[in-house]
Design a protein around this ligand. Structure first.
Ligand code: PLP
Length: 402
């Protein structure tokens, strides 16, 4: 007998559950396109060379201990992270208006930011795009906010529903929080253009909507760290306030190290000091202080110009491989004469393609071709390579001509 005997079996996480099913499949031709983690052309996980070097340096440094970090994490990591996303010459940083705390990767940064807002901000509604990363509504709801949605993706064009987005944000109550994917929107791979970002910025500032940026893919979208940060920097340049959740999972390949940061750009240095004091009260009872290894690796790389440059080269190589897989998948469907317009595969950006395949087609491809993806038809381009790409093209062709 157990006091927990009455507990119901919880459903598998819709994204991580894809990998569970994949692992159970004995087929030698199986392909996992569900998980949002980079794979090499050989289908293997990748530890960046520059990360290996940084780890070696840390191991060889006898002055390093395993003491606790402060509640807010590694100070140098926090400074360098703010510089990376906001730009080295950001006036907000120079005016000491930015407070940054190290958190448990992107997820932890969103959660801490959410709880801070629930405790200290007058408006508790956060608008998230439809669709969005499946964890967003749960993170913010558990943090004490109320999640509502704004239109984002238009299935007809497989592009941005810009008019719908503008309409929904225009009718949001004054002061509402708005979650924005900084670049490489997950799951759609659809980002606003710079012009559209500028219109979104003007609209949001005119209605005092508070931006909460989620940056999980800086450098992964275009291959350039600065270019991918441009929308965020437009919002900082106008002098307004915002929140920023940063993750190093994808762009430094530090997934399991759980390294990220929450920054809050405040109206003045004085406010920033008080905001930081309150962030500590959110973090302390949640997990006391963040981990040491990941941010030490990141700081080692970001502080050294040579290692930084090596990182940008390795990062661009990952982004370029993904971009080349897009082109090759598009070409493969074209050469098979697969019905439909597949140009969205090369127009979308970042780690994922929102194929437009429906859940029935997704199930068919799993059953008949052992190809695994989330039921919304999202595929991770990073899981593709020259070997499995023809198999995927065959499967898509069969699914749409069935
Ligand atoms: N936000 C988005 C849009 C994501 O796609 C992810 C990861 O898939 C995250 C945040 C958080 O990832 P992590 O907590 O591993 O940094």
């Amino acid at each position: 007998a157990s006091v927990f005997a009455g507990i119901a079996q919880a459903p598998e996480d819709p994204i991580l559950g894809v990998t569970v099913a994949f692992n159970k499949d004995p087929s030698p031709v199986k392909v996992n396109l569900g998980v949002g983690a980079y794979r090499t052309e050989e289908g293997k996980p990748l530890v960046l060379n520059v990360v290996r070097c940084a780890e070696q340096m840390l191991i060889n440094d006898p002055s390093r201990y395993k003491e606790y970090l402060p509640i807010t994490g590694l100070a140098e990591f926090n400074k360098l992270s703010a510089k990376l996303i906001f730009g080295a010459d950001s006036p907000a940083i120079q005016e000491n208006r930015v407070v940054t705390v190290q958190c448990l990767s992107g997820t932890g940064s969103l959660r801490v930011g959410g709880e801070f807002l629930a405790k200290h901000y007058h408006e508790h509604t956060i608008y998230i795009p439809t669709p969005t990363w499946g964890n967003h509504p749960k993170i913010f709801t558990l943090a004490g906010l109320t999640a509502r949605t704004y239109r984002y993706y238009d299935p007809a064009t497989r592009g941005l529903d810009f008019n719908g987005l503008v309409e929904d944000l225009s009718s949001a109550p004054l002061g509402s929080i708005v979650l924005l994917h900084a670049c490489a929107h997950n799951p759609t791979g659809v980002d606003p253009t710079v012009d559209q970002w500028e219109k979104i910025r003007q609209l949001m500032r005119s209605k005092s909507l508070l931006p909460f940026f989620d940056s999980a893919y800086q450098g992964f979208a275009s291959g350039s760290l600065d270019k991918d940060a441009q929308p965020v920097r437009m919002f900082v340049a106008d002098g307004g306030e915002l929140l920023m959740a940063q993750s190093y999972a994808k762009n430094m390949g530090l997934y399991g190290e759980r390294v990220g940061a929450l920054s809050i750009v405040c109206g003045s240095a004085d406010v920033a000091v008080r905001v930081e004091s309150q962030l500590k009260l959110v973090i302390r009872p949640m997990y006391s202080s963040p981990p040491l290894h990941g941010p030490s690796v990141v700081a080692t790389i970001l502080r050294d110009s040579e290692m930084f440059n090596e990182w940008t080269v390795e990062l661009k190589a990952m982004a370029d491989r993904i971009i080349s897989m897009r082109q090759q998948l598009f070409d493969a469907l074209k050469s098979r004469g697969t019905p439909g317009d597949w140009s969205h595969i090369i127009k979308q950006i970042g780690m994922f393609t929102f194929t437009g395949l429906n859940s029935e087609q997704v199930a068919f491809m799993r059953q008949e071709y052992h190809i695994y993806m989330t039921s919304d038809g999202r595929i991770s381009m990073a899981g593709l390579n020259m070997k499995n790409l023809p198999h995927l093209a065959d499967a898509i062709h069969a699914a749409v001509t069935k």
